[in-house]
Design a protein. Structure first.
Length: 286
């Protein structure tokens, strides 16, 4: 009897040892899995924190990209606003737009880097994905605003160029008109010279005596010199006999005076506006 009991006890001990070994193996595996789970959890938390921090940084970058007066402000404001878009201001506007574009590109790069890190880490949190989508949407809106600003600058510059051309043309026209109004045509010569040029004719008198000198009015035949009365006010008439100098053309006598300096008689224009109402000045020196 004793031997079968011993055999039974041995069998029980062997069974207990086996069960213990199995339980120990399962415990070891469970401990390992638990440790791995804790590491995975810590890694996930770290990746989540990194992703969240990256999103916060990107949002700050987007918030810094503004279109207020501090950066670029281009609003249609009519002719006055367009005229103020000088070359320096246009350059400043384009530089500001370039800075905005660079900031937006850096933000896009950060979003791309964030997405890459999320894929590598395997973090798939619906909230994070939604935040990334919103970031992309914000960046797209900023890009559209920059495109609008660029178009405004180009459009305004085109209008300014047109205005500058128009103003330049107007200035030329105004100057031409001013010169036209201010210009008279002067011919100074002796009686014989003026007769030969067809500007005067002697009429009346008896036997060649007592004739009066009259203008023919055929000014296109005479040698005239243009004079801008806004720029010049003195006409010089060389003559050996100053008392023989005569103004034959009908300029108002109150608009000028004759002054003698040595052997030169000078006509000084006193009232240019009145004087130039008669466009041709004819002076006979002898």
């Amino acid at each position: 009897m004793r031997k079968p009991v011993q055999i039974a006890m041995i069998a029980v001990v062997v069974a207990l040892v086996g069960v213990t070994a199995v339980l120990y193996t399962k415990y070891s595996k469970t401990s390992t899995l638990l440790a791995d789970a804790k590491v995975a959890e810590e890694t996930a938390r770290s990746h989540y924190a990194e992703a969240f921090n990256a999103i916060a940084e990107i949002q700050d970058s987007l918030s810094a990209i503004t279109f207020r007066d501090g950066n670029v402000r281009l609003v249609q404001g009519g002719l006055q606003a367009e005229q103020k878009l000088t070359a320096p201001s246009q350059r400043e506007a384009m530089e500001s737009i370039a800075l905005l574009s660079a900031s937006i590109q850096r933000t896009k790069d950060k979003i791309g880097e964030l997405e890459t890190n999320l894929r590598k880490s395997g973090v798939r949190v619906k909230g994070l994905q939604k935040m990334v989508t919103n970031l992309k949407k914000s960046v797209a809106e900023k890009q559209e605003q920059v495109a609008v600003l660029s178009e405004q600058v180009n459009s305004l510059q085109t209008q300014v160029t047109g205005l500058e051309t128009t103003v330049q043309q107007d200035l030329v026209t105004i100057e031409e008109k001013r010169r036209e109004l201010a210009t008279i045509y002067v011919s100074v010569g002796t009686k014989k010279e003026l007769e030969n040029n067809g500007l005067i004719v002697a009429k009346g008198g008896v036997l060649g005596l007592g004739k009066t000198v009259q203008l023919t009015g055929r000014y296109e035949q005479g040698p005239f010199t243009a004079m801008d009365t806004d720029q010049e006010s003195v006409v010089r008439a060389p003559s050996a006999k100053a008392d023989k100098v005569r103004v034959l053309s009908p300029q108002p006598t109150t608009s000028y005076e004759l002054r003698t300096t040595g052997d030169v008689v000078e006509l000084h224009i006193l009232d240019p506006k009145e004087f130039r109402k008669v466009k041709h000045l004819v002076i006979m020196t002898a």
